[in-house]
Design a protein. Structure first.
Length: 371
């Protein structure tokens, strides 16, 4: 298998890699041999890692937990891009992605899962369409897909498959900032399923992801974080996936693991019991880490075994520089506060809003506020 893959991908790699001889030799001698041994078995891709990292297998399930503080990119896939393609092919041979038709309609009375995707603008509509079509193609799980559009005018509704539930969330007067946390909390209030999946609009999911979430939750967990690898595709490969629904020939530009954000499942009562997302965060960065930190007070599964694909899009103009620095500062400020105190503050904020009444033991009741 490996020999054939090298033959197919060598020319593409020659045109993309930076020829840093020590790095190439180090990866060739220390990273490639164990990876080839791992890929000799169908599920061996789960054990791919960097040299400085260790993995802990789930004693009761198929996942692996990376014992490293931060998210990281696979070094071997950066030095030898074809290796990222090898891992990706193995992963999606086990976890195929399917796309529902553009006109897919769903009438689910009692969904098991509510996928929630905050969104605004039109620049990423193709990525959003591919993402929601992969969600609507879930097997053995009843799902509703909610796109909550945070904008002053409705722009996305007409481009979405009829099976998607669209919620329009206009900006507060004079406040054009992107408030993903506010959108998540609003959609969570209206979601019909007992489990919420907070999801980004540019991450394509395998057809069995929903079933994997439910199986893991059935083991007694409140919060489930079972993603293993995120394959970042470049512009051309992303367009090919959007146009054809095929990953054939794709070579990821980056392969990341141990990542927080992007997709996370949590029981609806647990979501409100820990205070939902912190609406202090505006624009991009930090909110996923803060929310994930509070999820750790729950019974949480962090052993990953599901692969995902990130579709390329132009970077946000204010996602770096001063805006990013402000988001990181906000995250550090919030994380410095004990979890219990943050949870109590956010629970009070949700209660004061007037649509959620938090009862004893984390039970949540919805009601309509008086006019």
């Amino acid at each position: 298998m490996a020999t054939a893959l090298v033959t197919l991908d060598t020319m593409n790699w020659i045109n993309t890699v930076d020829f840093d001889v020590p790095r190439i030799l180090g990866a060739l001698l220390k990273d490639v041999p164990p990876l080839l041994a791992q890929l000799a078995t169908p599920s061996g891709w789960l054990r791919a890692k960097n040299r400085i990292e260790t993995l802990t297998p789930d004693p009761d399930g198929p996942g692996m937990r990376c014992n490293f503080k931060w998210s990281s990119a696979l070094h071997v896939a950066h030095v030898f891009p074809p290796t990222g393609s090898w891992i990706m092919r193995r992963a999606f041979a086990q976890w195929p992605v399917r796309f529902a038709p553009h006109d897919a309609a769903q009438h689910v009375r009692r969904p098991d899962l509510s996928f929630i995707i905050p969104f605004r603008g039109t620049e990423r509509l193709p990525q959003l369409q591919a993402t929601v079509r992969s969600i609507l193609a879930q097997e053995d799980a009843e799902v509703e897909c909610i796109v909550i559009e945070q904008s002053n005018t409705v722009q996305a509704r007409a481009a979405l498959p009829p099976g998607v539930r669209h919620i329009h969330l206009p900006h507060p007067l004079g406040d054009p900032g992107w408030r993903k946390c506010w959108a998540y909390n609003e959609a969570a209030r209206q979601a019909r399923a007992p489990v919420l999946v907070c999801h980004d609009g540019d991450i394509v999911v395998p057809a069995a992801y929903g079933r994997a979430l439910m199986n893991t939750l059935d083991r007694g967990f409140d919060s489930v974080h079972i993603q293993r690898f995120l394959f970042y595709l470049g512009e051309a490969d992303s367009q090919r996936v959007i146009d054809s629904g095929s990953f054939a020939g794709c070579v990821p530009e980056d392969v990341r693991h141990n990542w927080v954000g992007g997709t996370l499942a949590i029981r609806k009562d647990a979501y409100f019991a820990i205070g939902g997302f912190d609406e202090r965060f505006v624009n991009w960065g930090g909110e996923d880490n803060e929310f994930f930190d509070r999820c750790q007070v729950l019974r949480q599964c962090r052993h990953g075994f599901v692969p995902f694909v990130h579709l390329w899009h132009p970077p946000q103009a204010n996602k770096s520089g001063p805006g990013r620095e402000a988001a990181v500062a906000m995250m550090n400020e919030r994380l410095a506060i004990p979890q219990a105190r943050r949870i109590e503050e956010l629970r009070r904020a949700l209660t004061a809003y007037g649509r959620i009444r938090v009862l004893a033991a984390g039970t949540v009741a919805c009601h309509t506020p008086p006019a």
